[in-house]
Design a binder for this molecule. Sequence first.
Ligand code: B12
Ligand code: SF4
Length: 494
Amino acid sequence: MRILLVKPQTELLVARRLQEGFLHLEPLELEIVAGGIPKENDVRILDLSVENKPLSVFKKKIADYKPQMIGFSAYSNTFHVVKQLSLIAKECDSAVITIAGGIHATLQPKDFAIKSIDIIVRGEGGTVISNIIKRFHACEELHYGSAVLSPSDTDFEQKAEEETPFYPPIEQIPMARRDLVDRSKYFCVWTSSSTGRLDTIFPRVASMRTSQGCPFSCSFCVIHRVMRKKYLRRRPEDVIDEIAGLKEDYIYFVDDEMFVDAHRVQRIAELLIERNIRKKYISWARSDTIVKHPELFRLWKKAGLDVVYVGLESMNKAALDEYNKKIFVETNRKAVAILKDIDIMLHAAFIVRPDFSAEAFKNLEATIAEISPAEITFTVLSPSPGTQIWNDNMNDFICDPFKYYDCMHTLVPTKLTLRRFYQHFGRLYSLALRSNPLRMNRTKMPFSDLVRAIVKGAKYVFSLYLIYKDYPPTMWLKSGAEQRKLCETDKIKT
Ligand code: B12
Ligand code: SF4
């Protein structure tokens, strides 16, 4: 059987500029699904997010490869692209079987209840896909169990509402088929150097997952909804074997919260050191974990951990409480100090709220000065389906809450006019870029990388200042409820 797995393209300019300039990771989700496909089948991965003309590339691939089954993955910001692609696929060949999987299918399967999607997979796909294919060969119904749904099912609505997504024991998840993608396309900007010199700041990067899920319940995050609070951890030995087998020397851990189980991650670091595996790593971690286990991070520094992404979110107690972070402002400050002391580069992620006043933006500017040098990024608080803030805001959207869900476009009214909001937002990024570690630490790097970083950085910041132009012009100089009055989202299906 010929199977094509497709990662949809992101359509918003800001998201594309992020991918072109700073960070573009491989489609690990599809590589894992491909890993579960029995060997006698032929499988290809088409990552449309690396293509300049994704639609024509997609059509050509269908014409040349003639897939019998197409599996799409989607986050909430790309599910409408998957709808469009599945329609094209069916127009090219009405017999092709189309499958939708990934975060959005898991969260909101009903959104894929359209004629051009045959099956919806909720939860882990690498284990499920082999069953689907076996059933295909045995001419059995392809949708089965609680997590593989078909919109044509009579009880689809009820199943989509009631059934829980499927997660097998983590050791059953197949190994990623990394050979199916052009690995030269994936990179991540690297800003940490203990010698003051970097051969490149855009190294090729591999993604890896050592655990899945998170026991916390931050109000803006979908993970506890997607995984139903499960936290699945891989054995340290399995993690080490996978790392040792990776061609790339730079690794981005895509775990939701890798460091939750300190004992497990300590063992991973020890094994990396014992086996003399010399690679560089980026990971996410909560500030309270860093404060609780500074020695663990010291050990990881020895093992190669260069950068830690920390969702500091805010330096304001009320906001942290509202996000249900279960973290104090002081804990955030301590975590920043610990990482500095250990010489691990901090990547701090902050949330900008749509109700920010000019003063709130100024406070965040002061925070940039306080914590730099560090990589610092900002996202606009955006309701995602499956979260409490979605329920709280679902009658207030000022634009399509899926198409614009990139955590850069505000989905709900801003207190300032849209134009002023994005002037402030763009300025935050300008300041953050100026205080970036490469500049502040005067890191030596190839001249071509320096030029590339400046050009891409400028283009990115420029596109942020101009985000307000993606809304109707009548809205640009309006604030609050007036934006809501002008929008045409009442008909949006939520
Ligand atoms: C790494 C990461 C990124 C990377 C990019 C990753 C990439 N390759 O594109 C970066 C840092 C750039 C990023 C950016 C963003 N991200 Co992000 N990111 C993640 C993170 C932490 C891990 C993703 C990952 O690689 N997972 C590992 C893979 C293997 O797991 P998986 O995707 O779940 O796939 C499994 C199943 O879903 C299923 N499956 C998936 N696809 C398919 C397809 C088929 C056919 C089948 C059968 C099954 C199947 O099987 C897979 C294998 O087990 C997730 C959290 C998470 N747990 O997903 C957030 C997450 C996906 N990101 C999120 C968001 C909001 C964003 C941003 C929009 C905003 C932001 N945070 O900056 C941007 C947008 C970027 C863009 N280009 O669109 C949200 C999405 C929420 C939603 N409703 O869609 C998440 C869930 C975080 C969260 N806590 O809420 N992100
Ligand atoms: S700690 Fe991170 S992954 Fe866990 S719920 Fe909060 S934001 Fe989501």
